[in-house]
Design a protein around this ligand. Structure first.
Ligand code: FE
Ligand code: ZN
Length: 474
């Protein structure tokens, strides 16, 4: 059977590109069924993408579960902020109410009425600070009032208290008193364990290409595109490329213009339209059977406040014209086969890494640690408006309302990966070399390193900076 399709194609005057042989054999039935679609005159050499088309394996099945559309009704007034925070509180407190540790939650105004009674609270953190003697003080708020919570040094939950940040919704259990609430446990909403749904395709995750910057690593990006075309890499890497159906790009496609002071002298393309033009040229070389899903970042030409609408046609018309490109918002939920992916650029990582002592040490080299906290907190940007501007929509769409199989982020320019309760956490690094600014503040980017998640859910990595690889043999 296998040999038949190859022989049949040869017999009809077609040649098969070597890297398309495996695919041809594996899809012999579908190809035989559609063999009439091939014209020996025009299709004398069959490429992998041509054969995919014939086999009807062109576009992977995907669904956009959530992509934000800009609303023009809100102006960011006081009422908008109130309803935004109410939405955040309600959504996350619903997750917390399911936690057995928070049995018998009471509203905050009830805690002062009794002395030394067991109680649980859910609230928004208004303030969190460490006292001189090493205790933690948390000011917690709900619609009924505020309470000061003491988390004593030496208590079992003291380590968890270190991870509390202001503006987030947390649960606390402990004992009441007239003055203070004494916490014995800190409860984050957390995600339930998820099961990976096995698929037949692989997904490539990238971000922060920063096209237009003079530190954009174009040679590595060319290697990456060649690999997707089956023309770069060791045999095993090429075999992996043949399974790729999706490329996800989580923002900072271009470096932008006027994003930071003195940027102009670090740009090789000083015009935003031309930056997107160049980016589109590069993306156009991704084989058409691969679907490319793109969300914006803080360097892209869309509203800065999150959720960020998709990059508009005005700036990236050529991207919108590419048949295999799908533009979504930041954040966005998509479904690839049965795999749910949450894409978020990750500007909130700055404020989180800054706020939490254990992350301050190596959070930029290990972005997966802060991303793990984001999952446990069930919010993409727990700290409101420090490094990230949030638009006060009536619904807080930065709440992680659906548990993804993949959490894909970028922004910090360092590759990082982990598996948390079955969720594949990936920070996809960058294609930009270390900038003078990053060198000054001690950031160590990992340009050209690309994570790939295969059908079984394994995280694989290819370094496209390697220069010593032979180009394709065909
Ligand atoms: Fe970036
Ligand atoms: Zn960024």
């Amino acid at each position: 059977m296998d040999v038949d399709v190859v022989r049949e194609l040869y017999g009809r005057g077609h040649l098969i590109e070597p890297d398309a042989l495996d695919f041809t054999k594996a899809n012999s039935e579908k190809i035989m069924h559609n063999i009439a679609k091939l014209d020996p005159g025009r299709d004398s050499v069959l490429t992998l993408s041509k054969l995919r088309e014939v086999a009807g394996d062109t576009h992977g099945d995907y669904k956009i579960l959530f992509s934000y559309d800009e609303s023009f009704e809100l102006k960011g007034g006081v009422e908008d902020f109130l309803s935004y925070f109410l939405s955040r509180y309600q959504k996350i407190s619903n997750f917390l109410r399911n936690r057995p540790e928070l049995d018998g939650v009471v509203s905050i105004n009830k805690t002062r009425a009794s002395e030394r009674e067991k109680a649980s609270l859910i609230g928004i953190v208004k303030e969190v600070s460490a006292t001189k003697s090493g205790h933690y003080l948390v000011e917690l708020e709900d619609q009924t009032g505020e309470v000061r919570v003491l988390i004593p040094k030496g208590s079992e939950c003291h380590k968890l208290a270190e991870e509390i940040v202001y503006d987030e919704v947390v649960g606390l259990s402990g004992r009441t008193s007239k003055e203070l609430f004494f916490a014995q446990d800190v409860i984050f909403p957390e995600v339930p364990q998820v099961e990976w749904p096995v698929q037949s395709f692989s997904t490539v995750l990238i971000s922060d290409t920063h096209v237009g910057s003079n530190t954009f690593l174009e040679s590595a990006f060319h290697n990456f595109i060649s690999w997707l075309n089956g023309e770069w890499g060791a045999p095993q890497q090429r075999a992996l490329a043949a399974t790729v159906k999706f490329v996800l790009i989580a923002g900072d496609l271009v470096d932008g213009c006027g994003v930071y002071k003195g940027q102009l002298k670090e740009l090789s393309i000083p015009d935003i339209q031309e930056q997107y033009g160049r980016f589109s040229q590069l993306i156009a070389d991704i084989p058409s059977h691969i679907t490319v899903i793109i969300s914006p970042g803080n360097h892209d030409a869309t509203r800065e406040a999150e959720p960020q609408p998709p990059i508009p046609t005005l700036f990236a018309s050529r991207l919108h014209e590419l048949g295999n490109v799908v533009m979504v918002s930041n954040p966005a939920y998509i479904m690839l086969g049965d795999v749910v992916v949450l894409m978020y650029h990750g500007s909130s990582l700055d404020s989180l890494i800054n706020a939490i002592p254990s992350l301050r040490k190596d959070g930029y080299d290990h972005p997966e640690k802060a991303m793990q906290l984001i999952l446990r907190k069930r919010h993409l940007c727990p700290i409101y408006g420090e490094s990230t501007r949030i638009f006060p929509e009536t619904e807080d769409s930065l709440v992680i309302h659906k548990v993804p199989h993949i959490l894909h982020m970028g922004h910090v320019h360092s590759f990082g990966a982990a598996v948390h309760r079955g969720v594949r956490i990936i920070n996809s690094g960058t294609f930009q070399e270390q900038t003078p600014f990053q060198a000054k503040i001690g950031h160590h980017p990992t340009p050209g390193i690309v994570p790939i998640i295969d059908g079984a859910g394994n995280i694989k990595v290819i370094d496209f900076k390697e220069q010593d690889q032979e180009p394709g043999s065909s």
